[in-house]
Design a protein around this ligand. Structure first.
Ligand SMILES: Nc1ncnc2c1ncn2[C@@H]1O[C@H](COP(=O)(O)OP(=O)(O)OP(=O)(O)O)[C@@H](O)[C@H]1O
Ligand SMILES: [Mg+2]
Length: 188
């Protein structure tokens, strides 16, 4: 297995169980504040990852996709966690009207699905997570790329990389990424 240090981590063709392990390790190594954006088409697994992250921090209740509410707040592990789904956002200015800037800062962690809809209003992310269909018959495999975009994000990935559980899901080296299918096959 190759390990990829630095700004990027890749997980090739992982199933949902492994994605849940990855989300759990992200939770275990998470900083107290930060912004994570989630890229990927409909059904790629963005909400599934956030749900597993919240469960790993002890959230026992339902985790609904905030498709209509746009934001769901949680209080876990001494911090507030905000789960955004901006798919139905009419325009970025709507976020300003919602006072969205209060959702970022000390002891606040944000996960944002469809962040491009809030461009210009949202802060820069610490980590961008990209999920794509890896191809294959059952459409259950995802390629996942974690890209650190700040010092805090790089430190988070370093903690993740040094965790034993992350090694179980086997991050691969950058050289292998060219061979990853990405949005291929008959999957949606
Ligand atoms: N490897 C996998 N990782 C994540 N989800 C998977 C995987 N394999 C199958 N799934 C299934 O794919 C679906 C992903 O749905 P999810 O709501 O998480 O997508 P999403 O990216 O949030 O979509 P949307 O843009 O509509 O909000 C779930 O039904 C999940 O069970
Ligand atoms: Mg979603």
């Amino acid at each position: 297995m190759n390990r990829q240090g630095g700004d990027r981590l890749y997980f090739a063709a992982i199933d949902e169980a492994k994605l849940v392990v990855l989300a759990g390790e992200l939770a275990r190594t998470a900083p107290h504040e930060g912004v994570v954006t989630l890229q990927g088409t409909l059904g790629a697994g963005k909400t599934t990852l956030v749900r597993a992250f919240l469960r790993a921090l002890g959230h026992a209740g339902a985790v609904r996709s905030p498709t209509y509410t746009l934001i769901e707040p949680y209080e876990l592990g001494g911090r507030q966690i905000f789960h955004f789904d901006l798919y139905r956002l009419a325009c970025a200015e709507e976020l300003d009207e919602m006072g969205v800037r209060d959702y970022f800062g000390p002891d606040r962690l944000a996960f944002i699905e469809w962040p491009e809809r809030g461009a210009g209003v949202l802060p820069d992310p610490d980590i961008e997570i990209s999920l794509s269909y890896a191809g294959g018959e059952d459409c259950a495999a995802r390629d996942v790329v974690l890209q650190a975009l700040s010092m805090a994000g790089r430190e988070w990935l370093a903690r993740l990389l040094s965790s034993d559980n992350a090694q179980v899901i086997a991050p691969v080296s950058q050289a292998c990424v060219q061979d990853m299918g990405g949005e291929s096959g008959a999957c949606p």
